[in-house]
Design a protein around this ligand. Structure first.
Ligand code: FNR
Length: 380
């Protein structure tokens, strides 16, 4: 199959990755309406096509929190990435650094902070949650510092975990490797199975051997389930900010009032995000909220967004509405699941090419010139 789109990568990944891990990536919570609308709401926004404008020497470069990028499209933090492909986080980080976009490592990754740092040359970003175990949290921050991570992404929309029916049905909410069904799904993907033998990294690398009492898969699952803190509040942000001391990005903002509180908390950037439709099903799509949040706080803080981006046109629309950066989650996971590092590079190439051409069709040569005037009035 010739790969032309992110959808092509998705289809290829679905054929290669065992169902429980493919579904883990390609699912949302409850009815998945927010998950779907994250993408479909982009389609409602129309671009203004211009003609007969000189379109030579174009650039999609735009910095995110002061860091130069080839295009403002970072890889979002995603858990269990190393189950899409062996050493998936390292492969994705390598693809990102070669392409010139930021990579964000999730706390819930298979490869550890140290694994990724040892196998890459550029500093990456690290994502963490507010966890109950403060000793573990402080150690994690120190490990990210020691690894040279250049930004901390603090995710604030997961103090309780959204219910994803596909994970429950696949047994992924318990220990997947112990269920018969899990083994069945894994064994029907022999190429994936064989490839997984090439690595010894099959568990949460940031946690096993680091959190107290977590030594095997069973203790890991019970520890993880208890760690997300339902009591999370803005004072936790200050606790983490004080210990981190570097660039701080707050992820999971979907409401103007929360965006204002994030500004007060002294963050460097916020990510307008609904966790890719994996938390509150029924919440609005992120692209539908972006403009109002930019209007409210865009002059005080860098506003980024994620959720539903599947093309360069989507990136351009987000930038036009005032985002200074975007993130992709599933698009790079599909690439990784389909073809490893090459697949992540392909995902980035597809989005970059589409972004560049879309910008040109809109009559601009620099992405930094893109604004709401490039969108058709009444469609955003
Ligand atoms: C995520 N997301 C996520 N976010 C986070 O802060 N920490 C995490 O560990 C994870 N894990 C995770 C796993 C998987 C499989 C997915 C799909 C997503 C959310 C992620 O960072 C991002 O907000 C969304 O993926 C963006 O939406 P798209 O690009 O996937 O549509």
């Amino acid at each position: 199959m010739t790969i032309c789109t992110i959808e092509d990568l998705r289809i290829k990944a679905q054929k290669r990755v065992p169902r429980m891990f493919y579904d883990y990536a390609d699912s949302g919570s409850w009815t998945e309406s927010t998950y779907r609308e994250n993408s479909s709401d982009f389609q409602k926004i129309k671009l203004r096509q211009r003609i007969a404008v000189d379109m030579t020497d174009r650039s999609t470069a735009l910095p995110m929190i002061g860091q130069q990028t080839t295009m403002p499209v970072a890889l979002a933090p995603t858990g269990l990435t190393g189950m899409q492909h062996p050493d998936g986080e390292i492969k994705a980080a390598l693809a990102a650094e070669k392409f010139g976009v930021p990579f964000t490592l999730s706390t819930m990754s298979i490869c550890s902070i140290e694994d990724v740092a040892a196998n890459t040359t550029e500093p990456f970003w690290f994502q963490m949650y507010v966890m109950k175990d403060k000793v573990f949290a402080e150690n994690l921050i120190n490990r990210a510092k020691a690894a040279g991570c250049s930004a901390l992404v603090l995710t604030l929309d997961l103090q309780i975990i959204g219910q994803r029916h596909k994970d429950v049905r696949n047994g992924l909410s318990t220990n997947p490797l112990l269920t018969l069904k899990g083994w069945g799904q894994i064994l029907t993907r022999p190429a994936w199975c064989l490839s997984m033998l090439s690595t010894r990294r099959h568990s949460f690398g940031n946690i096993v051997g680091h959190a107290e009492g977590v030594s095997d898969v069973n203790s890991l699952f019970s520890w993880t389930a208890e760690q997300f803190d339902p009591a999370l509040n803005w004072s936790d942000v200050q606790w983490i900010k004080a210990r981190w001391g570097g660039k701080l990005i707050l992820k999971g903002i979907l409401d103007v009032e929360d965006a204002k509180l994030a500004v007060q908390a002294g963050a460097d950037a916020i990510i307008v995000s609904n966790h890719g439709g994996r938390q509150l099903d029924g919440a609005p799509s992120t692209i539908s909220q972006l403009g109002a949040i930019v209007d409210a706080v865009g002059d005080q803080i860098e506003v980024h967004m994620d959720g539903g981006i599947r093309s360069g046109q989507d990136v351009l629309k987000a930038i036009a509405l005032g985002a200074k950066g975007t993130y992709i989650g599933r698009p790079f996971l599909y690439g990784l699941g389909a073809m490893g590092e090459k697949g992540v590079t392909t995902a980035l190439e597809i989005i970059h090419k589409e972004l560049d051409l879309t910008m040109a069709f809109c009559g601009e040569r620099q992405l930094s010139n893109i604004n709401r005037s490039h969108l058709l009035p009444g469609t955003f």
